[in-house]
Design a protein around this ligand. Structure first.
Ligand SMILES: [Zn+2]
Ligand SMILES: [Zn+2]
Length: 768
C-alpha cells in the first residue's frame, strides 16, 4: 500500500489533525460507520464523507490517538473493504468537538467503486440463529459488512431507491438502525426484516408453501428425499440436490443434458470441505475469502456422478443466509449447486423465465420476490505457487476494477466467444464484466448487451474505441463492427492472451509470449493455438508455431476428438487401419474412412496449429477418450493420468523444430505404440510439451536477448504442464509471468484486447 510519510514527520504537538484520503472498495462496504466507530473509540473529532474517488476523513485529537487510529484503519478495515491507496496529510485542527458522518455533496456523481456481492458476516449469522432476534431465520438478513451489492444495484448513487430493494419501504425498526451511525446497519442499503422485507416461497406443482422458514424447511426435506430443487439466489438460480445421493445426481445430469461435466458442490462448512478435498492452507484461504468462490482441489472422497473421471472437485462454502438455513439441521453436508441453465446459456434470473426454462430440470422451485438485476455466476479458482488463480472471475470479484498502473483511454474490449467476459477501461482501471458465458445464442448476447449498458452507466464510461477478436464469425466481433461512431481495433487472439498476462503483471516492452489454447483466428485465416510470439502491446511477431494439421469437420472435431487423432496420425504417416490401434478398434471403419477421405481431399477441413487439438489427438490415440462431452474434457483426463504418474525423471518424446515450425510427427509415432501404458505416455507427453516450450524460449532468448516469458491460453489451466514448464524456465534463469486475477483462458482475453487497443490509440497507430 503506497503511503505518504508526511504523517509521520510530525512535531510533537498536543492536538493536531489529519486529512486522510482512501481509495479502493471503500463504499457500500460499511466503511464510513467503521471510521465513525473507530474515531469515537479514540476520542477523535472530525468527519467522514464519501467522495468522488473514495472516502475522505478529517480527524482531530492527540497525536498518539491519531496514530493509533491510522494503524487500525489500515490493519482492521471491514472484511469486504479493499484499500488500494491511502494518503495522510497533516492539517491545522479546526477545533471540532465531535465526530460526524457527512452526507455526500455531489449525489449526482458516480462516487462508488461498486462492491461485488458479499457473503453473510458472522455478526449477522449469529443473529440469524438467535431465537430472540428480530431477524431469526430470516433469509435476507444483512448489514453494511455483508449482503448483496452488484446484483441489486439499479443505478448510482448506491442508495436504497436505486436498488432492487426499493419495493420494500423500511419499517420503524429497520429505519432506526439505518439512520443510527453507531449501528452496524447504518446506511446498509439492502437492510430488511421479516416485517418489512421480501420473502421466500416454495412452489410445488400447483401448490405453494409460503413463509420463509416453512419453505426453507420443506426444501431441505425435499433435498433429503433426493429431489432436485431450483433455488433462487443472489445472481441467479442454482439447481440443487444432495451430492451424496447418486440417483439424484444422475437425474440432474440427464435433465440438464450434461453427461460428464463436473458439478460444483456447496459444503456445509470447512470441516465438510476438508473431508471431500485436500486443502492446502492457500486453498482454505481462498474458500473462506469474501469472494467465496468455487475452489478446485484434489478429491479425497468419491461422490458418484459428481465429477466423473476427474481427480478434482470444485467446492464452495455457503455465502447467503439462505444457504446457511438450508444446511441447518439437515442430514446432508454437501449439495450439488449447479447454475440453473440448460447448456451454456447465462444463468437464469427472472421468475417468469425460470418457470419457462427450468420446468424440465427441477421438480420444485424455492423462489423469492426480489428481482435479480444482474446475473452473476459463481467464480472458480485454483491455487498455484501459494496464490489464488482465477479460472472464472464472476461473483465476488466482478465488477471490482483491476488497477493497470498506467493511465488508459476509455475503451470497450469485447472479449472472445467462449467464456465471454468484456471489459471497459478508464483512468488507470480496467473493469471486467462478470462471466457472460458462451456467446453462441441470442440469450447470451442479450446478457452481454444488458451488462454492457449497466456498466457504462455505473462507471460513467463512454468508449472512444472498441477492441474485438479477428474471428469474423464471433458474435462479439459482429457486435463490435456494428457499433457506430467509435474507432474499431481488431486484435489477434493470441496476442490478446499474452497482452492480458502482461497487463495483469504490469509489464511493458517486449516479452516472449507462449500462447497455447484450443482455437484462435490467425492472421493467415487458419486456426492457431500453439503459438510463440515476440510481442509488446503495440504489435507481435509469430516466431514459432505448432505444425499445421488439416482437421476434418471443424467444430465437430472438438466433440469427436478421434478426428484430431486421425489428422495427427495421418500427418505422421501412421497406418490408421492397423490393429492394434485404438482408433482402428473403436471407431467404425466407415466413419474413419469418410474422415480420412475428407482429409486427403481437403474437403471441409481447416488447418490448425491448436495445442488443444493436439491434446485431444493424444487422448484419443491412447484410447483415453474418443468423444468429448465438454470442451477440454480429453485434456483434463490426460492431465489427471499424467498427474498420477510419480517419477523423478520423465523422458520426453522426440520432436523437431524446422524453421518456425514445431513438428510433433515423431512424438505421435512414438505415442501410437505406447497405448498400453497410458499413464506413462501421458506423463511423457506433458514432459514433451514442457521441453518444447523450454527449447523455443531458449532459441528466442538467444536471438532476441529477451528473458521475460508470459504463459497464457486455456492450456495453462493444466497445472501439471504449468508446473513442469515453470520449473524448467526458472531453473534456466527466465523470468516467468502467469495469470492470477484474470483467467488464462478466453475469459481473460478482453484485458489483453484493451491493453493493445490502448497502446495503439495512445501512439496513434490506429489512425492511418
Ligand atoms: Zn452482516
Ligand atoms: Zn424492517
Amino acid at each position: 500500500m503506497p503511503w505518504s510519510l508526511d504523517a509521520w514527520q510530525l512535531t510533537a504537538r498536543m492536538r493536531t489533525a489529519f486529512s486522510i484520503r482512501i481509495r479502493g472498495v471503500v463504499q457500500g462496504v460499511g466503511f464510513r460507520p467503521f471510521v465513525y466507530r473507530l474515531a469515537r473509540a479514540h476520542s477523535l473529532a472530525g468527519w467522514v464523507i464519501n467522495a468522488e474517488a473514495g472516502v475522505e476523513v478529517h480527524v482531530e485529537g492527540t497525536e498518539e490517538e491519531l496514530q493509533a487510529f491510522i494503524h487500525e484503519l489500515e490493519t482492521k478495515p471491514p472484511p469486504a473493504a479493499q484499500i488500494t491507496w491511502l494518503d495522510v496529510q497533516v492539517e491545522e485542527p479546526e477545533g471540532l468537538s465531535e465526530f460526524t458522518i457527512r452526507e455526500s455533496l455531489r449525489r449526482d456523481r458516480p462516487t462508488v467503486r461498486i462492491s461485488p456481492d458479499l457473503p453473510v458476516c458472522n455478526a449477522c449469522l449469529a443473529e440469524l440463529f438467535d431465537p430472540h432476534d428480530r431477524r431469526y431465520l430470516y433469509p435476507y438478513i444483512n448489514c453494511t459488512n455483508c449482503g448483496p451489492r452488484y446484483t441489486v444495484i439499479l443505478g448510482l448513487p448506491y442508495d436504497r431507491p436505486f436498488t432492487t430493494m426499493n419495493r420494500w419501504p423500511l419499517d420503524e425498526y429497520c429505519a432506526a438502525e439505518y439512520h443510527d451511525p453507531a449501528n452496524r446497519r447504518f446506511h446498509a442499503q439492502p437492510v430488511a426484516c421479516p416485517a418489512c422485507g421480501p420473502h421466500y416461497e416454495l412452489r410445488v406443482d400447483a401448490e405453494t408453501v409460503r413463509g420463509d422458514h416453512a419453505s426453507v424447511r420443506r426444501t431441505a426435506e425435499l433435498l433429503v428425499a433426493g429431489k432436485i430443487v431450483a433455488i433462487k439466489g443472489l445472481g441467479g438460480y442454482h439447481l440443487a440436490c444432495d451430492a451424496r445421493n447418486s440417483a439424484a445426481v444422475r437425474a440432474l445430469r440427464e435433465r440438464k443434458y450434461r453427461k460428464e461435466k463436473p458439478f460444483a458442490l456447496m459444503v456445509q462448512n470447512l470441516e465438510a470441505a476438508r473431508e471431500l478435498v485436500e486443502l492446502s492452507s492457500e486453498a482454505e484461504q481462498a474458500l473462506i475469502a469474501v469472494a467465496r468462490p468455487i475452489v478446485l482441489a484434489p478429491a479425497r472422497a468419491q461422490l458418484p456422478g459428481v465429477a466423473p473421471d476427474c481427480d478434482e472437485l470444485g467446492v464452495m462454502l455457503p455465502y447467503t443466509p439462505l444457504h446457511h438455513l438450508l444446511f441447518d439441521g439437515a442430514s446432508y453436508d454437501a449439495l450439488v449447486m449447479t447454475s440453473g441453465n440448460l447448456s451454456e446459456e447465462p444463468i437464469a434470473s427472472r421468475n417468469e423465465e425460470v418457470a419457462q426454462r427450468l420446468h424440465t430440470l427441477a421438480d420444485f422451485f424455492l423462489i423469492h420476490n426480489r428481482k435479480i438485476q444482474t446475473r452473476v455466476d459463481d467464480s472458480v479458482v485454483r491455487t498455484f505457487e501459494g496464490r489464488e488463480r482465477t479460472l472464472r472471475r464472476s461473483r465476488g470479484f466482478a465488477p471490482f476494477p483491476i488497477d493497470l498502473g498506467i493511465p488508459v483511454e476509455q475503451i470497450l474490449a469485447c472479449g472472445g466467444e467462449l467464456k465471454n467476459v468484456f471489459c471497459l477501461t478508464k483512468d488507470h482501471y480496467a473493469v471486467l464484466s462478470q462471466h457472460i458465458g458462451d456467446l453462441e445464442n441470442l440469450e447470451t448476447l442479450r446478457s452481454f448487451e444488458e451488462t454492457l449498458d449497466h456498466m457504462k452507466r455505473f462507471f460513467r464510461i463512454s468508449p472512444v474505441a472498441v477492441a474485438y477478436d479477428l474471428h469474423p464469425r464471433y458474435l462479439s466481433t459482429r457486435l463490435a463492427l456494428s457499433m457506430e461512431g467509435i474507432e474499431k481495433i481488431g486484435v489477434q487472439h493470441h496476442h490478446a492472451h499474452i497482452a492480458s498476462c502482461m497487463a495483469e503483471n504490469r509489464l511493458d516492452g517486449k516479452v516472449i509470449g507462449v500462447a497455447l489454447d484450443g482455437t484462435g483466428y490467425g492472421t493467415d485465416g487458419k486456426i492457431w493455438g500453439g503459438e510463440f510470439l515476440v510481442c509488446d502491446y503495440a504489435d507481435f511477431e509469430r516466431r514459432f508455431h505448432f505444425r499445421y494439421v488439416p482437421l476434418a469437420g471443424g467444430d465437430t472435431a472438438v466433440r469427436q476428438v478421434w478426428r484430431s487423432a486421425l489428422a495427427y496420425l495421418l500427418d505422421a504417416g501412421c497406418d490408421t487401419g492397423r490393429v492394434p490401434n485404438v482408433l482402428a478398434e473403436r471407431v467404425p471403419a466407415k466413419a474413419r474412412g469418410v474422415v480420412e477421405k475428407m482429409i486427403a481431399r481437403r474437403i471441409n477441413t481447416v488447418d490448425t496449429s491448436s495445442c488443444g487439438r493436439l491434446f485431444d489427438a493424444v487422448a484419443a490415440i491412447l484410447g483415453i477418450r474418443l468423444e468429448a462431452n465438454y470442451e477440454g474434457q480429453a485434456a483434463m483426463e490426460l492431465e489427471a493420468l499424467a498427474d498420477s504418474f510419480v517419477a523423478r525423471d520423465i523422458e520426453p518424446y522426440p520432436f523437431d523444430v524446422t524453421g518456425g515450425e514445431i513438428d510433433f510427427r515423431e512424438t505421435i509415432r512414438h505415442l501410437a505404440k505406447d497405448f498400453e501404458n497410458t499413464t506413462l505416455a501421458s506423463a511423457r507427453f506433458h514432459e514433451t510439451l514442457a521441453r518444447v516450450i523450454f527449447e523455443i524460449c531458449g532459441r528466442i532468448q538467444t536471438s532476441d536477448g529477451l528473458n521475460r516469458v508470459c504463459l497464457s491460453g486455456g492450456v495453462f489451466q493444466n497445472f501439471t504442464l504449468l508446473r513442469s514448464t515453470v520449473d524448467l524456465l526458472r531453473r534456466a534463469g527466465f523470468e516467468v509471468f502467469l495469470h492470477a486475477r484474470v483467467p488464462p483462458n478466453d475469459g481473460g482475453l478482453c484485458l489483453g484486447q484493451a491493453a493493445i487497443a490502448n497502446r495503439r490509440l495512445q501512439s496513434g497507430l490506429c489512425r492511418q
